[in-house]
Write a protein that binds this ligand. Sequence first.
Ligand code: GRF
Length: 201
Amino acid sequence: MSARLVVLVSGAGSNLQALLDACTDPAYGAAVVAVGADRVGAGGVERARSAGVPAFELPLEAASSRADWDAALTERVAAHAPDLVVSAGFLKLAGETFLARFGGRFVNTHPALLPSFPGMHAPRDALAYGVKVTGATLFVVDAGVDTGPIVAQVAVPVADDDDKATLHERIKVAEREMLVEYVGRIARSGFTLDGRKVTIP
Ligand code: GRF
């Protein structure tokens, strides 16, 4: 039976699209059962609907407090009984309620080699620092900002003439491939956690 994925997005949803495409192969072992966004009109929601996947939009501004938003997000996601929740360009931090429910089965992809350059502006920060190699990281979400145990990483070279957009685009190509490979492996085999060490059997 396929693992049930709920994917959270904020933007264009190219990572989501890569997962949707991978899930068309039954051997992949996963199905995207719902997509959630923290804003109205995210490209990812359109991609979900085009693929016939139910999608919901839950803007923070529509909730009376951050805690209420977190509780509502938890309920909306839980309604789809996910085995794994994938944050794929979801630009909000999940709160306590969400983590209590989905901690240990909630992964996020980040466009840098953590622990370098956490936060919202990783490609810009990597360029400003002058690194020659950056990349992407898939990690198990914990209560910190991009601090959770690392599942997988991929390195990407920085070009001399990169700006943050060209660098981010190059990262995203590698990031999508990593995300598809490792979400599939987790879907088929699960993973174990020993301290910070993640192992996929
Ligand atoms: C990805 O690079 C993700 O790591 C970052 O934002 C980008 C989302 O891209 N947080 P998309 O919406 O999947 O195209």
